[in-house]
Design a protein around this ligand. Structure first.
Ligand code: EPU
Length: 339
């Protein structure tokens, strides 16, 4: 199927930071069988989803496979749960809203996260007290090395904060696997997850004491719209850095020096800090360097004010990291991948 490919394709509309780059060749994948095209296995590849966690640093010398496999259905159900399958190319937010409309709650806290279903497990997307790994059942992927489809169950995925087997093995960078379908397990015994203070507060403001899944979703959509820029208007890639996790002693010292420092104790005894707070305190909220800056309502979000390149992103990223390191001696690591 070599005619699947186009050459010299402009990727600026395929990444939410709107960075300019061209791919030597490009194919839009709408069914899993297309991945078995022999020519694909021999080339340097990048598997592209919604491009919402991506920094394009220049032209991509190789093949970009743009995952657009559609489909969503109830696969099965048992006494305890619904098992829902979705194609890798489905838009994440639309998929979540569809599950709610079908009466299958459980993903509502992940409403309005940009990107695709197939990308969700790779960085174990998370927000408002839920990570996708908690609702993940299994996935199917094409393995370009073995030239076969494989199924990966939840217990093999090594999900952690913004991390998984797929990242740990570097497959998101090497293009070894292309995820084609994901199955979610949504427990029938639903309880609203209001662990995140902002959600409980938003529902209280709306005078909702016992929320439905739809009401939780609506509250989260409202919070996100207030805080986070819409990539269609202000190009961005969501949180640009991970929230750093430090040992308890270090967190206690920082908290003593900086009252107000948000600290989230982790199950392993370490403490997660809020990168957005550190960046704001380091003077970078709403500040820019050339065309790239940190968003004025959420300092953790790096935005392209217009015409930026990957090099501009790197420059601002390095300046923010240096400012936070100098003030707090904390290293920030970027969340998006650089290609
Ligand atoms: N904060 C500031 N100044 C800022 C931003 C945040 O002081 O400019 C403080 C807030 O007041 C709060 C704390 O930092 O005390 C945490 O802020 P927020 O609740 O906005 O969440 P976050 O830690 O900045 C994380 C995720 C988001 C996710 C939200 C909600 C990461 C890297 N980011 O952000 O995920 O939506 O929690 O759960 O873990 C993403 O990954 O792209 C993303 C948007």
């Amino acid at each position: 199927m070599p005619d699947l490919c186009r050459t010299g394709v402009d990727l600026s509309a395929c990444n939410t930071l709107a960075l300019p780059a061209r791919a030597t060749s490009y194919a839009r994948i709408v069914e899993a069988a297309q991945l078995a095209t022999p020519e694909f296995a021999a080339q340097r590849r990048f598997i592209l989803g919604g491009g919402s966690n991506l920094v394009l640093t220049g032209d991509f010398e190789g093949l970009v496979l743009h995952m657009a496999i559609p489909g969503r259905r109830l696969l099965s159900e048992d006494a305890d749960a619904w098992y829902i399958e979705a194609g890798a190319g489905e838009n994440w937010h639309d998929f979540v809203q569809w599950t709610l409309a079908q009466g299958w709650p459980g993903l509502e806290n992940l409403s309005l996260i940009p990107g695709t279903v197939g990308a969700a497990p790779i960085q174990n997307i998370g927000a408002y007290g839920l990570e996708v790994g908690e609702r993940f059942h299994s996935l199917t992927a094409w393995d370009f090395e073995k030239r076969a489809f494989l199924t990966v169950d939840r217990n093999r995925c090594r999900f952690a904060y913004r991390d998984s087997l797929f990242k740990q093995e570097g497959w998101h960078l090497s293009g070894r696997l292309a995820i084609t379908q994901v199955v979610f397990r949504l427990p029938k015994a639903w309880v609203a997850n209001l662990r995140y203070a902002d959600v409980a507060q938003e529902l209280a403001t709306r005078k909702i004491a016992v929320p439905t899944p739809r009401e939780v979703a609506d509250a989260i959509v409202a919070i996100r719209r207030r805080k986070l820029p819409d990539p269609a208007e202000t190009p961005n890639a969501g949180s640009f850095f991970h929230n750093p996790v430090v040992d308890a002693t270090r967190a206690a010292t920082l908290a003593a020096n900086y009252p107000g420092l948000p600290c989230y104790p982790q199950p392993d005894g370490r403490v997660k800090l809020a990168a957005g707070w550190l960046i704001e305190q380091a003077g970078w909220k709403g500040k820019r360097l050339g065309p790239v800056g940190m968003y004025e309502k959420q300092a953790l979000v790096l935005v392209n004010h217009g015409g930026a390149t990957g090099a501009d992103v790197r420059r601002t990223m390095a300046a923010v990291q240096a400012a936070v390191r100098e003030k707090f001696a904390v290293d920030l690591t970027p969340e998006p991948i650089f290609i």
